[in-house]
Design a protein around this ligand. Sequence first.
Ligand SMILES: Cc1ncc(COP(=O)(O)O)c(C=O)c1O
Length: 385
Amino acid sequence: MRVVYVDNNATTRVAPEVSEAMEPFFGELYGNPSSMHTFGGQIARYVSEARERVAALLGADASEVTFTSGGTECDNTAIMGVLDANPDKRHIITTRVEHPAVRNVCQHLVTHGYHVTELGVDGEGMVNLDELSDAITDDTALISMMWANNETGVIFPIEDAAKIAREQGVIFHTDAVQAVGKIPIDMKKVPVDLLSLSGHKLHGPKGIGALYVRPGTRMTAYIMGGHQEHGRRAGTENTAGIVGLGKAAELAAANMDAENTRVRAMRDRLEEELLKRAAGALRNGHPIHRLPNTSNVAFEYIEGEAILLLLDEQGICASSGSACTSGSLEPSHVLRAMGVPYTCVHGSVRFSLSIYNTDDDIDCIVEKLPPIIERLRAISPFVKT
Ligand SMILES: Cc1ncc(COP(=O)(O)O)c(C=O)c1O
């Protein structure tokens, strides 16, 4: 059966160029980049080249990039590292719609005596920066605010938020796992101190990520041990993953235009057709300030899980609002924070596209999904006939 994969915010296909670049590191290029010998030095040069490529995608300097095991480790490192280095301050500001990699760390810190302010969002999933300014106190150690939301694709005004933090002397972290590679980012223009990214969201491998750290940011290492990554993150480097991430970053820069034109056009057509053809369909999230690849649609009065199962039978891979807490049938904390009515939260489906999708994929979803919705609404006890 043909597979139509529209779950790219969960993970992406590894680009063939990326697997090709990684291959030698499972074979002849097995050396340790920290070794003193010439062979080690040869591997270290590949690691440096990858660092340059990741830095280039961010408009950063290579010295500002630390490789990690992925987005979750970046988020944990940023939060715990800053708090550890600034023990006098016990207040964190974040938002109600963060990924669990930030949210659960902040909630854990509450049990250790920290005070956490979670900023709310409006019905379109947008934060209000006046509320951010008001929340800052002398005790605030860190602001952690995602660049783009993984469920709705909503893009937060990170440049303005980071400026507010800078003016108040508060360290600013952004989880940019969903933003990097999809929208242009230039760290020379945006006063963000720490930024998390993850390889597998941009056609790189899983288990590799990078944390951007602005020089002068007060923080300690979270993973302790050897002196790798200039003492910022211990552990023998995942050389294959690092090289793969470097290649993925280079490709992402080259594909940025396609992402923002071709992918956006496919996403828009998909969304427009679904809103037109499927009964009770509503868009979740801001219509404009949104990633070009993401559409989150609520189908009123029916269960998202049932929609996903029936789509799956047709070879279509999408996810429900609760994708990132998959395995749980809890309604999405993001959609609830937006005040999406209960009758819609459960019936929300996220479609997230990539450059590997085609117009045929969109045609297939537009053809198969509306009859599925009709079928489910016909048996829904909540739809009045
Ligand atoms: C916004 C966001 N942050 C963090 C993560 C975690 O990244 P990783 O899977 O690399 O640990 C994800 C993954 O879904 C994400 O979407």
